[in-house]
Design a protein around this ligand. Sequence first.
Ligand SMILES: [Zn+2]
Ligand SMILES: [Zn+2]
Length: 161
Amino acid sequence: MGEWAKEVKAKLREENYRLTEQREIICDVFVRHPNRHLTAEEIRNAALEQKHLGLATVYRTLAILEDIGLVKRIDIGDGTSRYEYVGADSSPHCHLICLRCGGLRGIHWPATEDVEALLRIEGFDIKDHSLIFYGYCPDCTEFIAHDGSETHRGGDEDAKG
Ligand SMILES: [Zn+2]
Ligand SMILES: [Zn+2]
């Protein structure tokens, strides 16, 4: 058992949860996709290699993992959420969301720790923070530059081979 699995197991035990098969499978998906931000569907699809899990089971398990602080949910604003593992070896980062493709990536930004430290001096007991930047990823920036403005997207009249 790797360090990661030990951490998950210890944390679950601490919170009086058992490491059930579905919890282990879902945690394993995060291990196989480090530093990724996954949707519940992506997690279910990745879990298929091991076992078929219903989407409701995936959501329920993610809610428990979120509850005990092992998984963080990022609401990306269009009704979907992405999930990432936030255990001992995860580093603080902020998020960038692409307005065209919905892609999400994390950028390490140590300054957020300074901001938290500053707020503590101000007397705030900071537990968490969320910082999301919206824009276009490099691929989409290039696409928009070559195919004209975004407003032409989906138009039939200028469809070319
Ligand atoms: Zn994009
Ligand atoms: Zn992240």
